[in-house]
Design a protein. Sequence first.
Length: 308
Amino acid sequence: MPIATPDRITVFDRPALRARRDRASPGTGPDFLFAEATERLLDRLADIDRRFPAALDLGCRDGALGRAIAGRGGIEFLVQADPSPRFVARTAGTRLAAEPEALPFAPASFDVVLSVLLLHWVNDLPGALLQLRRALKPDGLLLVSLLAGDTLGELRECLMAAELAEEGGISPRVSPFAEPRELGALLQRAGFAMPVVDSDRLTVTYPDALALMRELRLMGESNALVERRRGFSRRATLLRAAALYGEKFGQADGRIPASFEIVTLTGWAPHPGQPQPLRPGSAAARLASALDSTEQPAGEPTTTAKPR
């Protein structure tokens, strides 16, 4: 069972996650997933006609987002933070090692918070979002991407089937991912105004499932669940998982697909000048008039449109 504390359940092993990110810090592994998510995030930032002088890059890795900003969004001062001290050491400028669930920033410190593919690793996502909202100035922008939904669904299915067949039981090997529809509610719960959730599905092909698992390890995205089985995986289990993956999902050219669902969250720290929903009953025109239908009192049968 996950470790329970009085106020939350611990799903991820934070020291293990830092160790995996430290191991990925030399930059010898693939970075296509982070590069893709970074470009999508910065495209959304460029669509917003505002300047954000003070910015936080949470989960900066080796500083790729900071290098790619290149003046977009009117960013003049950027703080780069990551759970991995080794990643932080590879960045330039203002930087620090920081956990997303224990941010060291004063309230109203930033005009914008950017984060690329980090927050799917937090144990308390509502709490982390609340801290980020507090770190934003009024009318400040949150722009975050994280893995969610169907990410690595094929790998999860095949690993479970292989472990059950080879070892007579299963252990968690792929992280649980939030559903996109749940994330909008979490933004509202954290106090963000005008929340928007966008989802993009990315399919990447590999020679086989073993190559996929190697790349996840090199990216620092391998299993860091508290309930994971300790020790090395059995060779027979991994080989069976690879065979099942090829049989069930293999393409005509022999390669296998892996699904990644990148969800982008947009929200604003509340400010009195933001658009507000109208009060019930304050509309200047009746909906029934716009639809050319007859209005009925509450509780009466549904209206039908007039014949034309």
